[in-house]
Design a protein around this ligand. Structure first.
Ligand code: ADP
Ligand code: MG
Length: 321
């Protein structure tokens, strides 16, 4: 099977909302009049972001999920995406499974594949998503104010727990591993929640590298500090709830886990009911975990209610190890 057969067979579908899709030199996209385009790219590299033997269908899902998560963090509605794919060989079964997972998630969000590039090489997936948002309403990292609450969606740390278990660093019983693995391999982008938070959240981002590090981006761009209560973050490790884990490991997973793809956002304390309603409308749990403070820096409250020194580093591709 050649490059163009592969594209035609697995990635070319009738256009729906786009003006022009796969098959020409450019795709043509027409956002609703007056809307702003929200654009984001994320790359997944074998051995770096996923194991070589990962299920192709799950990989297709995750490759798009992490991109949709960026649109969610901005409160944007997904429109379409491009797919730049480097494949070691033209493997029909693998590509069919990959495209199946990818396009199922795409269809669930009305986000169509409008183009891309296909080449032979080490397995590498780069997706660029396009979304739309009303002018001035995108959720940014820079809007947090002292006194705002800090919230997170869903659960925290399960993906990291699964990774530790798969690497043989943490023993985990099969049911707990299965639940955690689901969060690592098939994250759910919080697209509806992101849009529901427009006009409510003062700042937002999605958690890809770990809560403390990612929250640090909001603090830096908003020029504020924060206090996070670990008594509120610890219970958010869902798969680990029914197993006894060292408290240090729980902190490592929930505070600096990475691969969560949940939203972390701030909102004025007067908007708690509106935040809860946004969570309910999008069927996602939202949990208040701390407060924005004027004093720069990030402070943690430990299990005993006493200050806890933050020694959990977030993931950094170029950090010295
Ligand atoms: P060009 O050489 O003009 O860049 P290509 O020959 O690379 O175009 O691709 C042919 C068409 O197939 C283009 O419309 C391109 O967007 C699309 N395409 C290529 N690879 C993919 C892919 N992995 N997924 C979706 N569309 C793709
Ligand atoms: Mg090309």
């Amino acid at each position: 099977m050649g490059e163009f057969d592969l594209i035609r067979r697995f990635f070319q579908r009738p256009v729906r909302h786009a003006v022009l899709g796969v098959g020409d030199d450019c795709a043509l996209l027409a956002p609703a009049p007056g809307m702003q385009l929200a654009i984001s790219s994320d790359m997944l590299v074998e051995g770096r972001h996923f194991f070589a033997d990962v299920d192709a269908r799950l990989l297709g899902h995750k490759a798009l999920a992490v991109n949709l998560s960026d649109l969610a963090a901005c409160g944007a509605r997904p429109l379409g995406f491009t797919l730049a794919l480097s494949l070691p060989r033209a493997d029909a079964a693998w590509t069919e499974a990959f495209a199946g997972g990818l396009l199922a998630l795409a269809d669930a969000h009305g986000c169509e594949l409008i183009g891309g590039d296909t080449t032979q090489g080490p397995l590498n997936i780069c997706i660029t998503v396009f979304g739309e948002v009303p002018p001035g309403q995108a959720l940014l990292r820079s809007g947090a104010r002292a006194g705002d609450d800090i919230w997170v969606s869903g659960s925290l740390g399960d993906a990291r727990l699964a990774l530790q278990a798969l690497l043989g660093q943490t023993p985990l019983a099969p049911p707990a591993l299965a639940a955690a693995r689901q969060r690592l391999e098939a994250p759910t982008p919080r697209v509806a929640l992101g849009q529901a938070l427009r006009g409510i959240a003062s700042s937002a981002l999605d958690l890809s590298d770990g809560l403390l590090g990612d929250l640090g981006h909001i603090l830096a761009q908003s020029q504020v500090g924060a206090c996070v209560d670990t008594r509120l973050t610890t219970p958010l490790l869902e798969a680990g709830r029914n197993v006894r884990l060292p408290v240090d490991l729980v902190h490592q997973c929930t505070l600096a886990g990475g691969d969560d793809y949940e939203l972390c956002f701030t909102a004025p304390a007067g908007r708690r009911e509106a935040v809860a309603a946004a969570g309910q409308a999008s069927a996602v749990r939202v949990t208040r975990i701390g407060r924005i403070e004027a004093e720069p820096g990030l402070r943690l409250i430990g299990p005993d209610g006493q200050p806890l020194s933050p020694r959990w580093a977030s993931f950094d591709h170029f950090a010295a190890t």
